[in-house]
Design a protein around this ligand. Structure first.
Ligand SMILES: [Fe+2]
Length: 418
């Protein structure tokens, strides 16, 4: 198993048990119980004193535990080898324990990340009027001003450039007015090239991670990746102002309110400033964001862990679809962002099912979870966009043109043959 020394803590239970036993234990328990209430892998959390570098970067005004996260080096290919199997099981354990894990960036990924950071800073440094022009009324791609995004009814201070599937107006899906489908209003060719390349590379990592998670869950190869053909992968290029430079629309110190993300995987990278908090799985807590909004949940309660910046890694956690498909064995990780004393730049890449996919419980993980007919990913994504951007021109056009209704049509639904 390839690990990065210095950031890795081997889970004691992973050492003690053969991997095949762990996989069987997970799948058997998932099959046996509708709620799949497995004991969470445990490792004592530890607090670091404020003097340590990790905790020193935590935004002021927040209380959280700092946990050393497990770091993995992805294999070039997933062959199902003993070492792949071991890594896969350890990844599943890490998510079930911490809600998040770290992946070491390759040299290429470091360069792509740095180039994307330069493009991001150049974009956000533009005059407000120029940024405001990067909007398209068909897609949710483009600029989101600080205070425009809403989480649980409150404005977020984040400033965002969102990249969704960049489709020509001549693309059939755009011409036929599919919800959320349209061009990405790139500010310039350079940002398109740099961020596009970075996303493509993260996409390759996303596929590798899904293959590993298939192994870790003990499900047939392709159980997850069959959904990602022409996946609705997207990216949020993020800037957070310093807590002293906000526009007064939101809540003091709050960058983005607590929420879960929508699809399969979230791959995030951050600079050295710090601001991300995640909520690891906890007994008795389940947020089914596709049924009832998880936005704002537990935001001001204890139980959060702070994710300190670590150079040369990206973090990965599961989204709503993985939670549904695994019947809560993997839970969609609640997270939130606090504003720090300096401005902060980050990226969140979402590795997603095809927009038309109706995702179903995985083999061995079907406990009759609702909705029994599966979840239409495109509809879930659209619901979230409508919730987060009630006043955006895209929402107004979607409603005015009655595009939402199309989501129920066979053209926009792939129920699969299985
Ligand atoms: Fe998120």
């Amino acid at each position: 198993m390839a690990r990065v020394s210095g950031h890795t803590i081997m889970n004691a239970s992973a050492r003690a048990r053969p991997m095949s036993t762990m996989v069987k234990a997970i799948t058997a328990a998932a099959s046996a119980s509708a709620s799949a209430t497995l004991p969470m892998p445990s490792r004592p959390a530890f607090r670091t004193s404020p003097a340590t570098p990790a905790a020193a970067t935590m935004p002021p005004g927040f209380t959280a535990t700092v946990r050393q996260l497990e770091t993995f080096v992805l294999p070039e290919q997933v062959s199902g080898s003993v070492s792949d199997q071991a890594m896969a099981s350890a990844m599943v354990d890490a998510w079930r324990r911490d809600g998040i894990l770290q992946v070491s960036m390759s040299q290429l990924q470091r360069r792509l990340y740095q180039a994307a950071n330069v493009a991001s800073k150049r974009f956000f440094g533009r005059p407000q009027g120029a940024k405001n022009a990067s909007v398209d009324s068909r897609s949710y791609a483009g600029y989101v001003a600080s205070g425009e995004e809403i989480t649980d009814g409150l404005a977020d201070y984040s400033e965002i450039f969102t990249v969704t599937k960049d489709l020509s107006p001549r693309d059939r899906r755009v011409a036929r007015r599919w919800p959320c489908h349209g061009p990405c209003p790139w500010p310039d060719k350079d940002m398109k090239a740099v961020v596009g390349r970075y996303m493509a590379d993260l996409g390759a990592s996303g596929e590798t991670i899904l293959r590993l998670i298939e192994l870790g869950l003990g499900v047939p190869t392709g159980s997850l990746t069959r959904y990602t053909d022409d996946g609705w992968h997207h990216m949020r290029v993020l800037r957070f102002p310093s807590r002293h430079r906000t526009n007064g629309k939101g809540k003091d110190g709050r960058g983005i309110g607590s929420h879960t993300d929508y699809g399969l995987l979230v791959l995030a990278a951050q600079d050295e400033v710090g601001g991300l908090f995640v909520r690891p799985p906890q007994q008795g807590e389940k947020f089914n964001n596709w049924q009832k909004s998880a936005a704002g949940a537990k935001e001001n309660e204890s139980g959060w862990i702070y994710v300190p910046p670590v150079p040369g890694v990206f973090t990965v956690f599961p989204g709503d679809m993985l939670q549904y498909m695994t019947n809560n064995v993997l839970q969609s990780t609640p997270h939130k962002v606090g504003l720090n004393t300096r401005e902060r730049f980050a990226f969140a890449y979402f590795h997603e099912p095809n927009f038309r996919s109706v995702v179903k419980p995985l083999e061995g993980y079907n406990g009759g979870q609702a909705p029994v007919e599966g979840i239409h990913y495109g509809k879930h994504f659209t619901n979230m966009a409508l919730r987060n951007y009630p006043d955006r021109v895209t929402t107004k056009r979607l409603v005015a043109e009655d595009r939402y209704r199309m989501l129920s049509s066979p053209e926009l639904r792939d129920d699969g043959a299985s």
